[in-house]
Design a protein around this ligand. Structure first.
Ligand SMILES: *Cc1c(COP(=O)(O)O)cnc(C)c1O
Length: 388
């Protein structure tokens, strides 16, 4: 069965009524025949039929043993961190998502977890830090916003030699472009807010695990900590997932065209897109990403100032100025002033987030309209320069 067919038909028809859309079980509890005698559901934090269907769909989508739905991507990340005990260590990709960095550093370090931030684009860098206390190796690939790519297979081999689990935040690639469990990873995180939902109309998080052992542990944590996704949002997420192949394939194709266009622009300094042969990690991306390189493109301006970037991001017509990514409508953002505002300038520059860096999330509009939108801005900016 082809991927799209398999996704569409992993959404079950309701056995009770034949409803082709998944029913929303808006309930807090379930009536029991006798204490402990029930239909597999006893309380809605522990389990909910709408959520169960979403979790099964996502597990299948990522080739995992089980999936778990949480209120946000960060709640999903938080649940995985609860696998650790004081004294354990994490090796994490150095330009990790800012929210994950905040959670690791400001909450979990307080509880005695040690985190080493490492440039994982060279897998061998992990060897210097890995030791018997290392419980997790945490990577994002591609990363935000400079789209660095790490070799998941090679990292998994190194991590497993020390019995550490490999966690891949697969939000930027989406399950359509990359299947980390098949490359050796043990746990996948998604911010369902992005490509899985795909319509910028909900926040959600998911964990998918490879083994029964991990499934039991995460199930316990999900119930014990309680950061679950409600049934209405589970339904909305299922509805989004049904069209994920169409959306992501189109978004990736468009992003490649946009990246190629930007590469030819006089006003542009650097373009970051793993699909470009000029990208530093293009070979690894080509090996592990199904020929799809994601819908996000970043670029910097030759006029490397915040003023120039702000003028740019406030002048586009179709690319709307907002945080987030992965939705059907194209978005534009200025990381230095938005997603990376809390990162000190020195540290931000080190990870390539220069003052003029601009991040685009390509939606499903026609590529030529999006490129036309960018072209217009470049023309207007140069006009402005000649006037002054
Ligand atoms: C957005 C995002 C998250 C956090 O997800 P929320 O749903 O916003 O909590 C985590 N990782 C990555 C890579 C993201 O882009």
């Amino acid at each position: 069965m082809q991927k799209t067919t398999s996704i569409i038909h992993s959404v079950p028809v309701d056995e009770l009524t034949g409803s082709i859309s998944v029913p929303i079980y808006q309930t807090a509890t379930y009536v029991q025949e006798a204490p402990g005698v029930n239909k597999g559901f006893d309380y809605a934090r522990s389990n909910n039929p709408t959520r169960k269907i979403l979790e099964d769909i996502v597990a299948k989508l990522e080739n995992g043993e089980a999936g778990f739905a949480f209120a946000t991507g960060l709640a999903a990340i938080d649940a995985v961190l609860k696998l650790l005990s004081a004294g354990d260590e994490i090796i994490a990709v150095d330009d990790i998502y800012g929210g994950a960095y905040r959670l690791f550093t400001h909450i979990y370090e307080k509880f005695g977890i040690k985190i080493h931030y490492v440039d994982t684009t060279n897998a061998d860098n992990i060897i210097d830090y890995i030791n018997p206390k290392t419980k997790l190796v945490w990577i994002e690939s591609p990363t935000n916003p400079t789209l660095k790519v790490s070799d998941i297979q090679k990292i998994s081999d190194i991590a497993h030699s020390q019995n550490a689990w490999v966690v891949v935040d697969n939000t930027f690639a989406s399950p359509i472009a990359q299947q980390p469990l098949l490359l050796g990873a043990d746990i996948i995180i998604h911010s369902g807010t992005k490509y899985l939902g795909g319509h910028s109309d909900l926040v959600a998080g998911l964990v998918v695990v490879k083994t029964k052992e991990l499934a039991e542990k995460i199930k316990f944590i999900q119930n014990a900590s309680g950061g679950i996704l409600g049934p209405q949002d589970c339904w909305l997420l299922i509805r989004g997932i049904e069209t994920i192949t169409l959306r992501v394939e189109r978004q990736c194709k468009t992003a490649l065209k946009v990246a190629e266009f930007l590469q030819e622009c006089e006003e542009v300094a650097d373009v970051y897109y793993p699909g470009l042969t000029s990208h530093l990690n293009h070979e690894i991306a080509k090996k592990q990403q199904n020929g799809l390189y994601g819908g996000v493109v970043s670029f910097s301006l030759k006029d490397d100032t915040e003023t120039a970037a702000i003028e740019f991001v406030t002048s586009t017509k179709y690319f709307k100025l907002a945080e987030s990514l992965g939705g059907v409508k194209s978005l534009i953002c200025h990381p230095a002033q938005m997603t990376h505002k809390s990162v000190p300038r020195e540290k931000r520059l080190q990870s390539g987030v220069v003052d003029s860096l601009i991040r685009l999330s390509c939606g499903i509009e026609e590529a030529e309209d999006l490129i036309g939108d960018l072209k217009n801005v470049f023309q207007n900016i140069s006009k402005f320069e000649t006037i002054v």
